[in-house]
Design a protein around this ligand. Sequence first.
Ligand code: COA
Length: 216
Amino acid sequence: MPLRLVRAEMADIPQLVDLYFNTFKSPLVLRVKPDVPPVREWYKKSLESDIEKPHTRIYKVVEGQAESAQASDEIIAFAKWSSPHTEPQQEKPTDWSVDGDVALFKEVTDKATEKKKKIMGEKEYWYIGVLATLPKHQHRGAGSLLMTEFCKQADEAGHWSYVEASPLGRPTYQRFAFETRDTFSVVIDGEPYIDSCMVREPQIVSINVTKHAGYY
Ligand SMILES: CC(C)(COP(=O)(O)OP(=O)(O)OC[C@H]1O[C@@H](n2cnc3c(N)ncnc32)[C@H](O)[C@@H]1OP(=O)(O)O)[C@@H](O)C(=O)NCCC(=O)NCCS
């Protein structure tokens, strides 16, 4: 079955929540966002709020041809990213679900924020918040479809991009020209868990020479 990239809608959110919790199983996510109903409800509300924001874009990958598209088509992957914007106060994670490990979440957020500020300074940049493919559908190109669209948008805007990459996500970002600039770690059950701070320079968007041949 071919894979298809489509902008996600409000009606997709329940499926996106399932996909998120069925995909993210790292020791960090299991601690800060355990798969329990209150955390699922919190995540659902946060996606509902994100999807309305003008600077946030959520895309999904579904199987099948456009002609046969159904609202109930299985979503096999999704990504959420934002274009450069000034973050309003209420977007800061003060309303974090108390069912997760709040202290660990604060430690990770503080470390991530500090590194991001140090690396990006005053630059305007696009930020990838989520990239996830259901485990049974991985290695079919869904993540690449999402990343291709992300890079196209960032390159057309001529902006830098930034992501805090999990160990599983890093190879995908590397394939799309992200470079590791730094790392930060937290200790979970005595084991270090390391995220990579990755940056991508805007790439020059190629001109379709055939289409514009008359101008040369
Ligand atoms: C990271 C992640 C999103 C990648 O998604 P994916 O859909 O498997 O990505 P792709 O299929 O495009 O690429 C994965 C690999 O499959 C390969 N691949 C792509 N299409 C393929 C195809 N048709 N046949 C065989 N292999 C293929 C890619 O070359 C890539 O190879 P690599 O691992 O050697 O680089 C997925 O592993 C995931 O959700 N991980 C858990 C969540 C997570 O950690 N996300 C990152 C957050 S920072």
